[in-house]
Design a protein around this ligand. Structure first.
Ligand code: TA6
Length: 312
């Protein structure tokens, strides 16, 4: 029997997931966290990093894939690190108020995160606002993976609210020391390893020789992640998300994370489309859209640099 474009299945630890299939590609998204945990090529190769020690146990966020950081991107401050959206159960959205994808060849699922109704709930205490957060995950032709977040202010008290946001994407790479991130050169960045002090990127690409944790500001729409050994490039295209976070924990921080293998830092890099420096502010009834598109581009290395057709 032909596999359906979207199937609901039992996932890890009894958590439910949706499996999207299109043109031999597949993607998986858990209702827990609205969390994409897998994006596989038509050759069955996993393109997202998922830690072998990921817990799949609420309230811990799943380590890997594409965690959603909302309503805050930060491990500082009162709210739960990186917000609560990734630690909550989302629901299928029966009324997405969004047209189906234009091309019929796309598998997609619409999810919704409703805030806690009761003021006594911890989330409400941390973020006392009424909102609708709708997420569409779509797998299109040639494996194009699109995440579209729409957040609407539904406060009845006339109050605006602000939030910061990131798609905290973990890419699977063959060897972090052979990875280049292109498109962020000459930008200013906030260095999370130096109290978010501001610097300017001097290199002609970002390469990795140790822990790196930076928020690049006003980043271009397209960012390329080159995996030299696999001779392939991930292309990140972002809309409504002005910033980009680049992170590798390296060895010391890897050992300090219980849900992350000591050596796993060698095989992952986070490049995160985000809105951090200037929080998004919505008046009642206003809606924000933040879109992430991931694709895999065969690349031709010309003398070590990258010539990615139509990428950057
Ligand atoms: O995106 C980089 C970062 O903010 C790092 O500072 C590190 O904390 C990482 O996120 C993981 O955070 P998490 O809360 O998922 O352990």
């Amino acid at each position: 029997m032909e596999a359906q474009a979207v199937e609901r299945e039992g996932g890890m630890n009894g958590l439910e997931k949706l499996v999207l299939r299109e043109g031999g590609w597949s993607a998986e998204v858990y209702l827990y966290g609205g969390h994409v945990t897998s994006w596989k090529s038509s050759q069955g190769e996993e393109l997202l990093f998922l830690s072998s020690k990921a817990l799949f146990e609420p309230p811990k966020a799943i380590r890997g894939g594409i965690p959603i950081c909302f309503p805050q991107f930060s491990n500082l401050g009162s709210q739960q690190g990186h917000g609560f959206a990734r630690n909550r159960l989302w629901a299928l959205d029966a009324h997405p108020q969004l047209d189906p994808p234009p091309n019929a060849t796309a598998a997609f699922v619409d999810l919704i995160l409703s805030p806690s109704p009761s003021p006594s709930h911890d989330d409400f205490k941390a973020y006392p606002h009424s909102f609708e957060y709708r997420l569409r995950v779509q797998l299109g032709p040639a494996g194009l993976l699109t995440l579209t977040s729409r957040v609407r202010n539904t406060n009845s008290d006339g109050k605006p609210f602000s939030f910061t946001f990131a798609y905290h994407t973990y890419f699977s790479v063959s060897d972090i020391s052979e990875v280049r991130v292109e498109g962020l050169e000459t930008l200013d960045y906030l260095d999370n390893l130096q109290d978010r002090s501001r610097f300017t990127e001097q290199g002609d690409a970002i390469t990795f020789e140790g822990e790196l944790d930076r928020i690049y500001l006003e980043a271009p729409r397209k960012i390329a992640i080159l995996d030299h050994e696999k001779n392939r490039t991930f292309l990140v295209v972002k809309d409504g998300l002005p910033d980009a976070v680049v992170w590798n924990p390296w060895d010391k921080k890897a050992k300090a994370m219980s849900d992350f293998g000591d050596e796993e830092y060698k095989h992952m890099v986070c490049v995160e489309a985000a809105a951090i420096e200037d929080p998004v502010t919505l008046k009642p009834t206003e809606e924000w859209t933040g879109r992430l598109q991931l694709s895999l581009v065969p690349n031709t290395h010309v003398g070590g640099s990258l010539d990615v057709p139509n990428a950057l």
